[in-house]
Design a protein around this ligand. Structure first.
Ligand SMILES: [Zn+2]
Length: 216
């Protein structure tokens, strides 16, 4: 019998999968990750209407990929971004636009009735993972698991929400007219002043990146 190479049932199985809580590096706190997630998510929602393939690619392979390193199943593995180069620019535009619409509608639900079911969905889908920081305090991190752009961005908002849900009640400001999302308690109280505020909220253009011609 050559069975000795096969693991005996019940043996060698319990060493794995016990207490596999992801530990953050000592100098990284839950707030650090939430800050990064909020900034990256706001960058997408507020600036991507001016983006082309190049900017989306940079966001995915740079900002987003870096944020998912802590929660990734295999740390160090860069999330495999599809070859954006080979995808029609108009399709990229449509994907970004529909992602923005979905994200606006999801965030608007929080403003309207406090529903943050997208956070639960992100957790169930494995888009967000619970971890612990150096002080063994609970923290949350995006995993990079989602395959849809909207879900990737929403996973970043979900991490931020889990770290400080109160901000979403008292500061989250959405203006469909300006197509902007901000955390601004003042604006939430007085309402968006649209054009007046627009220059302050206008995206900073990255002048080094040429914008690919539409429909190229
Ligand atoms: Zn506005």
């Amino acid at each position: 019998m050559q069975n000795e190479f096969e693991p005996t049932e019940g043996e060698g199985e319990q060493t794995e999968a016990i207490d596999t809580v992801v530990m953050l590096p000592n100098d990284t706190t839950a707030t650090d990750i939430a800050d990064g997630c909020r900034e990256a998510a706001l960058t997408f929602i507020n600036e991507s209407k001016h983006w082309g393939k190049a900017e989306l690619g940079m966001w995915l392979t740079g900002t987003y990929s870096a944020l998912t390193q802590h929660g990734a199943k295999e740390p160090g593995q860069v999330w495999p971004v599809p070859l954006l180069r080979d995808i029609d620019a108009r399709l990229i535009d449509r994907i970004m636009e529909s992602a923005r619409t979905e994200i606006f509608e999801t965030l608007a639900l929080i403003s309207r009735d406090g529903s943050a079911s997208f956070v639960l969905r992100a957790l169930i889908a494995g888009a967000v993972i619970r971890c612990e920081d150096g002080q063994r305090e609970p923290a949350w991190a995006p995993t990079g698991e989602p395959t849809r752009l909207a879900e990737r961005v929403l996973s970043l908002f979900a991490v931020d929400y889990l770290a400080r849900p109160g901000d979403y009640e008292s500061e989250l400001t959405i203006c469909m007219q300006c197509e902007t999302v901000a955390f601004d308690g003042m604006a939430k109280t007085r309402g968006c002043s649209h054009g007046m505020q627009h220059s302050a909220l206008a995206p900073r253009r990255h002048s080094t990146m040429p914008y690919p011609p539409l429909g190229a």
